[in-house]
Design a protein around this ligand. Structure first.
Ligand code: SF4
Ligand code: F3S
Length: 106
């Protein structure tokens, strides 16, 4: 499956959700995750993310391996999102900032 990683936190542009043919994105307060049990590896979401936060499970950036388990865990708790919405007003300021995991809201 594909995995949403650190760059999404506090950016949450949601361009990714509209292209998913199996509606496997789930939305939290400031981050999205992919349900690994539903993702069919179609690859369509990966190029949609303007901050390149989406990776195949086997190719997540070094140091971000914990996002694989985090996507699986939070997908069970958070509701499905299928429609794009406005990002947080300060999303631009957080683009590309490293190590945002401590800022993740549950
Ligand atoms: Fe959805 Fe395809 Fe992305 Fe998986 S790879 S989350 S099925 S759009
Ligand atoms: Fe996040 Fe990128 Fe989707 S910022 S919400 S993974 S478009």
């Amino acid at each position: 499956p594909f995995v949403v990683t650190d760059n999404c936190i506090k950016c949450k542009y949601t361009d990714c959700v509209e292209v998913c043919p199996v509606d496997c994105f789930h939305e939290g307060p400031n981050f999205l995750v992919i349900d690994p049990d539903e993702c069919i590896d179609c690859t369509l979401c990966e190029p949609e993310c303007p901050v390149n936060a989406i990776y195949p499970e086997d190719d997540v950036p070094g140091g971000q391996e914990q996002f694989v388990a985090l996507n699986a865990e939070l997908a069970k708790e958070w509701p499905v999102i299928t429609t794009r919405k406005d990002p947080p007003p300060d999303a631009k300021e957080w683009e590309g900032k490293p190590d945002k995991l401590p800022l993740l809201e549950r």
